[in-house]
Design a protein around this ligand. Structure first.
Ligand SMILES: [Fe+2]
Length: 381
């Protein structure tokens, strides 16, 4: 089997090793003549980024780069990105990188066409209909990690730099017109990022699968995503050049994000305030809080997890699955407690208050009350 394919779900996905070389062709097909490549600071000088710029340059599309992007991108990064986009006379965005580059890139393309502040487009009710669709620039997404799944998503997470809260900004036009999934771009990922991003994909599949909302299509995708992570994340972690494992992890990441339209849950509700306050790695934070959340949700998900365990070839139902998660974490060097990520107990009340109003809290199978969130944070720290 060759792991190369063109998919049209949920957007056009050009999947396969080496396919970054098609970048300029896709710009041209979308009518983009002056793209702005947006990525984070760390990735900007890397050979994969420079190679992408070379491909654009060679096709006469310039090599414009905006990389003033924090690991948890903020409204300040966003304003600077929109300014760079407008001043440079750009007509399309290449959102390049992990969650930060992808989310900020998508949001810049969107905000380039808006006059209202970004917070007016938070993912609440029909707020997205406030947007003016005309000026939104076309987006090509190029993921360089395998976790966030933002390359197939219709939202970006932007941190409010004043309140230190993470907000989900939503519009259907955030969905990239084309996504290039080239697993070769993920080969250089350090082990800790492979682990963290991979566990984010796992958390997306797990929480989507467990959420109580009716969406059997997403449940099916989540289940197969879990299987891909189980089979290939340890391999990708052990040998970063294992391109087959890298490819399947890239699929699992996209699948996790497709699946989580069914909902997320308390893993993400706890992880978001921790990330916003302590700037921890999102996926790694998810991995740390996963076992306490599984225990908390057990009464509501025991049967479901039993079915998933059977599909994954794990014996012992819920307990077997729980032990598997602990073992997987250990194998990937995930710390047992949030304290190892620098999180103290002094801000539990504040974080719990943020967790219960996080948009993901509503998808948790057991109601996440303030008391429950405080107790979960105590368990996790
Ligand atoms: Fe996530």
């Amino acid at each position: 089997m060759t792991i190369t394919a063109n998919w049209s779900y949920p957007t056009a996905i050009k999947f396969g090793a080496g396919r970054i070389k098609e970048l300029a062709d896709h710009c041209k097909a979308l009518g983009i003549k002056k793209p702005l490549l947006i990525t984070d600071r760390g990735l900007a000088p890397m050979p994969i980024t420079q190679n992408a710029l070379d491909i654009l340059d060679a096709a006469g599309l310039g090599r414009a780069l905006f990389a003033d992007v924090d690991s948890n991108p903020t409204d300040v990064n966003l304003a600077a990105g929109v300014k760079a986009f407008k001043e440079g006379g750009h007509d399309g965005v290449i959102a390049f990188g992990g969650g930060s580059g992808l989310d900020l890139g998508k949001c810049v393309a969107f905000m380039a066409g808006q006059t209202r502040p970004v917070w007016d487009f938070e993912d609440i009710g029909d707020w997205w209909t406030r947007a003016s669709v005309e000026g939104i620039a076309p987006i090509i997404a190029v993921p360089t990690t395998a976790g966030t799944g933002s390359e197939v998503g219709r939202a970006s997470v932007i941190t409010n730099s004043e309140t230190h809260t993470k907000k989900v900004i939503f519009h259907p036009k955030f969905l990239p017109a084309v996504t290039i999934c080239d697993p070769e771009l993920t080969v250089g990922m350090p082990k800790v990022i492979t682990a963290g991003t991979g566990m984010d994909a796992f958390a997306h599949c797990l929480e989507a699968y467990c959420s109580p909302f009716y969406h059997p299509m997403s449940a099916g995708i989540a289940l197969e995503g879990l299987r891909l992570v189980k089979e290939y994340l340890p391999r990708a972690y052990k040998d970063g050049t294992d391109i087959e494992a890298r490819a399947h992890m890239m699929s699992a990441a996209a699948m996790g994000a497709v699946a989580f339209q069914k909902g997320l849950g308390a893993i993400h509700s706890l992880s978001h305030p921790v990330g916003a306050i302590y700037n921890t790695h999102h996926g790694m934070t998810n991995a740390v809080v996963m076992p306490p959340v599984l225990r908390f949700n057990r009464p509501a998900i025991e049967d479901k997890i039993g079915m998933a365990a059977a599909y994954l070839g794990i014996s012992g139902g819920f307990d077997g699955f729980y032990d598997y998660v602990l073992k997987l974490r250990e194998e990937l060097g995930v710390p047992d407690k949030l304290s190892a990520l620098g999180v103290g107990t002094d801000r539990i009340d504040e974080m719990a208050a943020m967790a219960i109003v996080d948009p993901t809290a509503g998808g948790n199978p057991v109601e996440l009350t303030l008391e429950a969130a405080k107790q979960l944070f105590r368990d996790c720290i």
